[in-house]
Design a protein around this ligand. Structure first.
Ligand SMILES: *[C@@H]1O[C@H](CO)[C@@H](O)[C@H](O)[C@H]1NC(C)=O
Ligand SMILES: *[C@@H]1O[C@H](CO)[C@@H](O)[C@H](O)[C@H]1NC(C)=O
Ligand SMILES: *[C@@H]1O[C@H](CO)[C@@H](O)[C@H](O)[C@H]1NC(C)=O
Length: 185
């Protein structure tokens, strides 16, 4: 009984994330990094999101890289859908374990959405392959066969592993939803 309800709550909250919540689509994860001393792109799910505007903040899990949250854009409208972050807005050291947060402009500890961890790579590094960037609908068009000069065959195959894992998770969630619907009815 208890297990049934907690699984139901998990499925319901996943559905809510997919339909309404603000999400950072890029950067985040091993395939979507930023490049130091360069312009970089922030992309979010503006079509699904219900918020009108937010503030953009960067954090790093290592306090010697960033000591606390670094605000980079005070107010950003959701309808813009993406934002080019210039070197002047964020001139950050090369490091791993950055996250971008989209937060309430009136209270930046009220975080609406947070990216996965990402790297800032040295000046001159290739930008992420365009095929690794998720579409605003939330699905990725990555083929696994990367044409980027900096990607090794190993990272190409691990990215397609990640995608197939994602779709099997989606399959599981879908199956759980159907099973639960059957139970409820
Ligand atoms: C930001 O959105 C809020 C509603 O959530 C609105 O009241 C406010 O006027 C907006 N601010 C700007 C600067 O657009
Ligand atoms: C944090 O960053 C500093 C400076 O780059 C580095 O020396 C240190 O090893 C980092 N600590 C961790 C836990 O990664
Ligand atoms: C800011 O947001 C945090 C997290 O939602 C909340 O705990 C805190 O009370 C808020 N502060 C103010 C002044 O509203």
């Amino acid at each position: 009984m208890f297990a049934k309800f907690s699984v139901f709550a998990t499925v319901a909250s996943l559905a809510a994330i997919a339909n309404a919540q603000l999400q950072v689509l890029s950067p985040g994860g091993a395939n979507l990094w930023w490049v130091a001393q360069s312009s970089n792109t922030l992309l979010w799910n503006c079509q699904q999101s219900q918020v009108q505007n937010f503030t953009i903040v960067l954090i790093n899990s290592n306090s010697s890289i960033l000591n606390g949250a670094l605000p980079i854009v005070a107010i950003e409208n959701n309808f813009d859908c993406s934002k080019t972050i210039t070197q002047q807005q964020a001139n950050l050291p090369v490091a791993s374990n950055y996250k971008v947060q989209l937060a309430n402009p009136l209270n930046s500890t009220d975080v609406y959405a947070e990216s996965d961890f990402f790297d800032i790579k040295p000046l001159g590094s290739a930008y992420p392959d365009a095929s690794a960037t998720p579409t605003a609908g939330g699905s990725s068009t990555a083929s696994g066969a990367s044409s980027s000069g900096s990607s090794s065959p190993t990272s190409g195959s691990s990215s397609s592993d990640a995608i197939s894992m994602k779709s099997s998770v989606a399959g599981l969630v879908g199956a759980a939803g159907v099973a639960l619907a059957a139970m409820v009815l």
